[in-house]
Structure formats: structure tokens, C-alpha cells
Design a binder for this molecule. Sequence first.
Ligand code: NAP
Length: 497
Amino acid sequence: MICVSIGRGRHRHVIAEHRHLAEQGIGLVELRLDSIQGSVQVKRLLQDRPCPVIVTCRRAVDGGRWEKSEEERLSILRTAIVEGADYVDLEDDVASQVRRYGRAKRIISHHDFHKTPSDLAALHKRLAAMDADVVKIATMANHPIDSLRMLDLVRAGKLPTVGICMGDIGVPTRVLSGRVGAPFTYATFHDDRVLAPGQIGWRQMRDVYRYDSITAKTAIYGVVADPVAHSLSPAVHNAALAAEGIDAVYLPFRVPAEQIGEFLSHAGRWPLAGLSVTIPHKEAVLASAAAQDELVTAIGAANTLTFAPAGIRASNSDATAAVESLEAVIREQDSAREGLGVRTALVLGAGGAARAVAFGLRRHGVDVTIASRTAARSRKVAAEVGCKAVDWAARYRLPYDCLVNATPIGMHPNVDETPFDRDHLRPYMVVFDTVYNPENTLLVKEGRAVGCRIVTGVDMFVRQAAIQFRIWHDREPPLQVMREALKRATASAKQPV
Ligand code: NAP
């Protein structure tokens, strides 16, 4: 069950959000009374309530907004019990001062905004002994293993236990808590109005992650990156899983660079079935792979991991996706045409995307030139891929059939920037921008205006995700569903990854 936290300053707004949530089928809400401005009218909020409530009134030390006296706070909690609240949340240091009465269930909670304590079992035992109906532990995850320890704790809890790791690293615990037996998880009313670090909006929890359909059998996939919070991959993959009715969920795993090896060595504890890999892990994950496909060996980087009894298999879908995207645009114009239809290409940038695209094009016999701001980087990639490198300033010197932007120039929020001056675009060129947020970058718009054929980053992104889907689920991906999910996600994303 999803419990949605309501933290509004006015009683009428709390009541309106509560009613709206109940109408949307939400079965439990947390009333964060510490957000109420002025005197708190507990009775008004509880009478005629449209669905069950947890009453909570948090001090600043526990992440709340309560600034008045402790005496008044405890009085509000006692009043909530007398008025028949379904649950009352009592922090462990005050639980003994508020007695059980009537039918109100006691949630005994503990918060740690700095760390996840090493002995979670002892903490749980102490809270359970305080006449608890539910134990709630919310701690900061500083390492992905903290999240695993928290999930193990919930799984082992004899009393109903809600165990959550806060922060970006802890997000998977919020989505997977039901899978290990927690009675509910917390979500916010609005995606961007969070009451604790790492919280997710209830619509995302219900509609993207499909929290209520996750069971112990649900397979776990995800994207591993740092940062990961704004990754669009969860939106795309979860939409595809839902459309195909596959019992799996796809999560954002934030793993700092120095923790990737340890994270992968614990994959079986989640257990992980597959991962997309992005910055900064594309090269480092190879050290943990038992096998890798030919493209990974050639490119020196992986963006896909598959977990099997024999070990981790690394693959790379970026180069194939780039080539497929280009092929599709060429075929649209000339269905009889074989191959890529371009002889020369200029790739701007010398990072992971540039290397994958340059490699894919080279394999199809295209004469590739790389131009990058940092000349040493483009020379290195050119030597590895087997192509030419020119200085950034020399990118206009020769004409090319195909121009590929593999830099972040033009990406949100710098949408008025382009890596290639319009005056140098020619109608015979194919303009391929790997940036996918926005889809219509300035380069794409100017290329279209000049009459160029266009390949967008959205096309490449969906195709690389589709290849991963095929690898993991052994069936054809719902391309249109994935494309629409990406467009919806980019429309609402503020800062893409
Ligand atoms: P990366 O490894 O960090 O490489 C970025 C490259 O862009 C570097 O060569 C960097 O040059 C260059 N660059 C950055 N800012 C620049 C500027 N202002 N002027 C000139 N050059 C600049 O990143 P990546 O993973 O390759 O990603 C690059 C782009 O590809 C991103 O926009 C990403 O969204 C896109 N991408 C798209 C897909 C897709 O499926 N559509 C997949 C992967 C990546 P320096 O070395 O000088 O910093």
C-alpha cells in the first residue's frame, strides 16, 4: 500500500488533498501536522475523513517543521489518539510519554539524517519493545549496501516494519519495501514537494513503478549512474514492462564511482536481473564482468549488464542504436537503399557517446573524423576507433555527408546553443544530434530549416533501450510506448542525465 504524506499549511488544503487522494484510490495518508500554520485543529482534519490516516507531527531534528513547544506537540498527538486516528507516529524518544488508547495503532519511529546505523537489528528490537504496532526506521543511505541492509531488516521483522533509506542512494528501498513485506511505503503528493530526501511522488510510485503489483517474485532491473535522479531510463523501461505485462520493475541506482565494484559483487542480494550503465561507470563495470560481447571489447565500454548464474555479461547497445537510427532515416527516403547511405561523417565530441557512434559508423565503412574541444581526447579515440581527428576549430574546413553531435551542447537548459554554425550546414547532409532533451535542439531545428535529413537523440535513446529490452526479456520491445514515455518524461524533466 502507498501512504501519501500531506504537508500543507492550511487545514482546507490538507482536507482537499486528502479527499483527492481517496478519490484516486489511495488507501492511507499521513497528515504532517507540523506543516500546519497557526493552531492545529485535529478534530477538523479527522472527522469525515475519506480514508485512514497516520497522524505525525515532526520536530526539525526529525526532518519536520514543528517550532512550537514539545508539550503542545505531545498534546496534539494525544488528541489525535482520542479523536480516533488510525495510526499515530511516535518518535522513539517520546513514545513512552504517549499512552496507548482506543484503536489508534502506534508507529514507533526513528530517523537518522546522517547515516544508516551499523546495528539495525538492535535498533529495531528497541523500537519494537515500546508497545509498537508498526516499527518505522528511516535512515540516510551513504552506500548502496545500506539499502540492502535495510531491506533485509524489513524482511526479517516480526512486527510490521517500514524500513526506508533516505537520499538518492536509498530510493530503491522506497519502491521495494513492499516486496520484502513492509505494510506500506511513503510517497509525496507532488513530485517536487518532498518532505524527506529521496521521496517520490505518489503518481510515480503507483503509475511508473507500479508499487502495488511488486511481489517477492518481481524481477529487478535498473540504471546505475552517479548522479541518477534525473535519468529518463526508469520512465522508458517501466512503461515498456507495463505494456508487455512483464513482472519486473526498473529502478534508479545511484552508485558513486568508488563503490561500483562492491555494488556489483552484492547483485545477488537484491537480486538484480539487469542494469543499464551510464556515467561514470561504463568502463569500470568491465572489471566485474565474466563475459562481454564483441562490441564491448572493441569500444572498451558497456552500457548493459545482464546477471546470470554464470556471472555478469556486459554488452553495448549505443553503437548499434546509432547505426540503426541512421539507417532508418536513410530508408525512409529511399527504401531500396542498402547500408547507411553516407560516406563521410564528422563526429563532434570525444566522450563515450562519440566513441560508440564513431565505432558503429566505422564498422559500416564510413570515413569518420572526430573533432573535440580537447584535442588529446579526440586523437586518442580516433586511434582506438581507427579514424581521423581534427581540431575543434577545424570542424568547418571540409564538407561531410553526416554531422553527429556527441557533445552535450544544446541540451536543456542551454537550448539556445549549437555546436555547429548554421552557415556550414548543407541540404545534402544528415544531421544526427545525440542530445535527447530537448528532442528538437537548435542544431536539429536549423538542420531541418536548411533541408537536411534529421536523426534525433530520442530515436537513438529509444533504440538503445529497446536493444536492452530484447536482451533482458527475449521479446520485441513496444517501441512506440517507449518513445511516448521518453517524450512525456523529457517534457516534465528539469535536468536530464
Ligand atoms: P562525455 O563522455 O562526458 O563526453 C562529452 C564530450 O563532449 C567530450 O568530448 C567533451 O569535451 C565534449 N564537450 C562537452 N561540453 C562541450 C562544449 N561546451 N564544447 C565542446 N565540447 C564539449 O559524455 P557522453 O556520454 O559522451 O555524452 C555526450 C552527449 O551524448 C550527451 O548530450 C548525452 O545526452 C548524449 N548521449 C545520448 C545518447 C542517446 O541514446 N541519445 C546516449 C549517450 C549519450 P571535453 O573532453 O573537452 O570535455
